[in-house]
Design a protein around this ligand. Structure first.
Ligand SMILES: [Zn+2]
Length: 392
């Protein structure tokens, strides 16, 4: 029996800065560029794990912050680890908890040692350090562990962003040391470092240099998608991926909209995660090749067309926009389930189309064609071509 390597990234084709390849890990292979559905609290909301897999996902993301508070990392470990607990046997990436402590909790103290905070659930006090974050991700049994970092808002003064980045790099070394002391887990899992430095090229270069000196299996681009807007994000992605090692995966955290993904892949990013397809599905929004659709819109009330004519998902093969409009308007949970399933399937079809275009050396044509169809209706509704009018 051949055993899968702990972590091996192979780039199979490049086209401009875009790359496509595979990450081989013990629990399975991850095709890149990859989109990771977010399974915050040991569930991709409104989806069974087998349905998540059926959309084409190779890996999902779990949140350290949520899981440490409820049900607790030690409890998950006693129950056999996160994979067994939630019935997902493929790779799981866990974030470090750092970002969500800053954004969700009542932060009480930030020091060199770590962060003290109060739970957003019950107000209980907790401490998260690089060492504790590594311990929690080990208890969960994560396949890709993220270094513990601080993510300041991009609009903070430059001196503050610089000091924060430097502390995150010291935390990256402490994360590396704690991860490596993790015994059997360290022999089977991978550790990613996180580049910081907001929108500044020289800070990003210094951060990348510090991470390369420590050495990681993959490198994340942190501190983006925090409200800076697509133009500023793309301007940063014009240089940030190139500062990171060529032969390791590059992961853009918390991104994004379909057009964000296409623009980031064009700039050399290999991995993504975002709550958008799942959260939007619960809010009555569907992504299509012609742009987003709001199913609450009365224009869909008697529309017999599927969400997307080209989508290959089971929802589009079965249900009409009219039915999904009705479910959404009535607040039926099946509406959230079906729209989530379609959105995740659409995102995976988008990633597959990008992988194919890169392999064929046709990514630039794909990007231009995609934007002309998707971008022209971005944020607006497009009337469907059939069954759009109710008899009056
Ligand atoms: Zn669909």
């Amino acid at each position: 029996m051949t055993q899968q390597p702990r972590f091996h990234f192979r780039i199979e084709a490049t086209d401009g800065k875009a790359r496509t390849g595979r990450i081989a890990m013990r629990r399975g292979e991850i095709r890149t560029p990859a989109f990771m559905p977010v399974g915050t609290a040991a569930t991709v909301k409104a989806m069974k794990p087998e349905s998540v897999r059926a959309t084409g996902a190779d890996i999902i993301l779990g949140n350290t912050y949520h899981l440490m508070l409820r049900p607790g990392a030690e409890r998950v470990a006693r129950l056999g680890g996160l994979h067994r607990f939630m019935n997902w046997d493929r790779p799981i990436l866990t974030d470090s908890g750092g970002y969500q402590v800053m954004s969700l909790s009542d932060l009480t103290k930030l020091t060199e040692k770590g962060v003290e905070f109060r739970s957003h659930i019950d107000g209980s006090r907790h401490m998260l350090t690089p060492e504790r974050s590594m311990e929690i991700q080990c208890l969960l049994g994560s396949d890709i562990v993220m270094a513990f970092d601080e993510c300041p808002r991009a609009d903070r003064p430059m001196a503050e962003i610089e000091a924060s980045m430097e502390m995150s790099m010291r935390w990256a070394q402490r994360s590396r040391d704690a991860f490596d002391a993790g015994g059997e887990h360290a022999e089977n899992a991978a550790l990613f470092g996180i580049q910081q430095g907001a929108l500044d090229e020289s800070l990003r270069a210094r951060s990348a240099e510090a991470l390369r000196a420590i050495g990681f299996d993959g490198y994340a681009i942190g501190g983006l998608a925090v409200g800076e807007g697509q133009e500023a994000m793309f301007a940063t992605l014009d240089f940030a991926p190139g500062q990171l090692p060529e032969d390791a995966p590059r992961y853009l955290m918390g991104v994004g909209k379909p057009d964000d993904l296409v623009g980031a892949v064009a700039r050399g990013v290999d991995m993504f995660d975002c709550v958008l397809p799942t959260r939007s599905g619960r809010n009555g929004q569907a992504f299509t090749w012609s742009g987003p659709l709001n199913l609450r819109n009365a224009g869909h009330a008697e529309d017999t067309a599927p969400l997307d004519e080209r989508c290959e998902c089971a929802v589009c093969g079965t249900y009409s926009r009219a039915y999904l409009h009705h479910l959404t308007k009535a607040g039926e949970m099946l509406g959230a389930m079906l729209l989530t399933e379609h959105n995740l399937a659409f995102y995976q079809q988008l990633m597959a189309a990008m992988r194919k275009a890169i392999a064929e050396g046709a990514f630039e044509k794909f990007r231009v064609d995609f934007l002309s169809e998707y971008g022209s209706t971005c944020g607006r509704e497009r009337a469907t071509t059939r069954g759009k009018q109710a008899p009056s």
